[in-house]
Design a protein. Structure first.
Length: 468
């Protein structure tokens, strides 16, 4: 088995070398590739490895085989891609910046700006055990379309978990999605038209901006405080802009880590009723909480509030599974929309999530995770303070620290300097519609424990000083 893995990695190395030469224009469209013997000698691999790599590249359409002549770069080569040569340092720091840098980073890169836990912090053994069990499941479970509503036993389990946080919903009020992001996408398709106004927090999760831009919505932001949105400015925005939707996190807000207070929650719901506002409550960080925070959906009874979440943060980002909980009269329309856009449910993912959540080890995993994050929060906060980086608040739970940089520093400049050394940071204005977070940065404490992060960060801070 080890020999097979090594052979596979050698083939991948050869393919990567050819792709890089094509991307860097050292091999141009129509150019002849090195002979099998020449490339095997220069890369110190066997001729059979090069043959395998070339054949796979031919299958992908990257290169062409001409019998009796050799291998050539395909004429329809992809445009020059700087990302294939090195990091794209000149891209604007917009809602896509952190996502692109984090998702396209090499495994060896450091990602204190990303929004997920390291793989080693997730319940890998439980997932592997569940996958082995699924491999023996009936054919329908692993090969057939699922119900558009989604796997019923998982919806029943989600309903019980929601009830533990005070949100009452029957399984028939829950529809599974492939992620929290897809849940918001469905709801935007369902509830708004291009040009409609949507309220968001400032700062808020940057992908809210990206999704709403894709739906051609008019986006208006309201400043966020340690207890929730600034309620006076929220009321003013409702009166002035008449938004259709408000999208927020209520338990652990991203990026600040703040928690919605009961007083603010009640005032928000009163304003929503007065102005006919629908609220999408993203509860994706629920399992990080030490003490459950107020849920708008619990106070509202899923009347004006739609409750969504997913399992990517505590279970696996690779097993895409989320859900929407809404009032019954909306579920029928959402089901039709799901059929139109993704047809059936992702049954295999749902079976995997159900198996993991039903395993007694998941509860122990989340308990351990909360303790681990609490310690990381303390340690990272202390180390950041030695660099003059101060948390906006000390969160009660979660993985994010929203921090103010030393006076006069631009977080985007710091982030670009760090990216040059393969460290992905999350500059504040990526989260701020008003672009008022120039001096802020979000840190994922689980990804900020490596000493190299602080070495690079210290140098990047110096490079970003105005005199430099």
């Amino acid at each position: 088995m080890d020999g097979q893995l090594q052979a596979g990695s050698r083939v991948g190395m050869v393919m990567g070398t050819v792709r890089q030469r094509i991307a860097g224009r050292s091999l141009t469209p129509g150019a002849k590739l090195p002979s099998i013997r020449a490339l095997s000698g220069s890369l110190k691999v066997s001729a059979s490895t090069v043959v395998d790599a070339y054949e796979r590249l031919v299958a992908e359409g990257v290169i062409l085989s001409r019998p009796g002549s050799g291998f050539y770069v395909a004429n329809q080569a992809a445009p020059l891609s700087l990302a294939d040569i090195g990091p794209k340092l000149d891209r604007a720091v917009d809602p896509f910046w952190v996502s692109r840098q984090s998702l396209e980073a090499h495994e060896s890169d450091l990602k204190p700006g990303c929004g997920w836990l390291p793989p080693a912090w997730l319940p890998q053994e439980t997932i592997r055990r569940t996958l082995r069990s699924l491999s023996r499941a009936d054919a329908a479970s692993i090969a057939d379309y699922g119900s558009p509503l989604g796997l019923k036993p998982l919806r029943q389990l989600i309903a019980r978990r929601m009830a533990d946080r005070g949100v009452e919903a029957s399984p028939d009020q829950i529809i599974l999605t492939e992620s929290g992001t897809q849940a918001i996408d469905f709801l935007c398709r369902f509830l708004i038209e291009p040009g409609d106004t949507v309220l968001v927090d400032d700062p808020c999760y940057f992908n809210f901006h990206a999704l709403l831009r894709a739906h051609r919505a008019k986006v208006v932001s309201v400043p966020y405080t340690p207890s929730g949105p600034d309620i006076e400015l929220f009321a003013a925005a409702l009166a002035e802009h008449r938004p259709r939707l408000y999208i927020t996190n209520s338990a652990i807000q991203n990026p600040t880590g703040a928690t919605l207070s009961p007083v603010t929650a009640h005032r928000l719901l009163k304003l929503a009723e007065q102005h006919g506002l629908t609220i999408i409550e993203d509860d994706i960080f629920a399992d990080f909480e030490l003490t459950p925070a107020p849920r708008l959906a619990a106070f509202d009874g899923l009347d004006r509030v739609i409750h969504i979440s997913s399992f990517s943060k505590t279970l696996s980002a690779a097993a895409r599974c989320g859900f929407i909980a809404a009032k019954p009269e909306w579920i029928e329309g959402l089901t039709d929309l799901k059929i139109a856009t993704s047809f059936g449910g992702a049954r295999l993912n749902a079976e995997l999530v159900l198996g993991v959540l039903s395993d007694g080890t998941y509860r122990k995993h989340t308990e351990s995770l909360r303790g681990r994050l609490s310690k990381a929060m303390f340690d990272v906060s202390a180390r950041l303070k030695t660099l003059g980086i101060r948390p906006w608040l000390e969160p009660q739970a979660g993985m994010f620290l929203w921090c103010r940089l030393p006076d006069g520093l631009d977080a985007a400049v710091v982030a670009r300097a760090a990216l040059a050394r393969n460290v992905v940071l999350a500059p504040g204005n990526a989260f701020s519609l008003s672009q008022s977070a120039t001096g802020f940065m979000r840190f994922n404490v689980s990804q900020t424990l490596d000493n190299r992060v602080f070495d690079v960060l210290q140098d990047a801070l110096k490079q970003a000083e105005p005199s430099n």
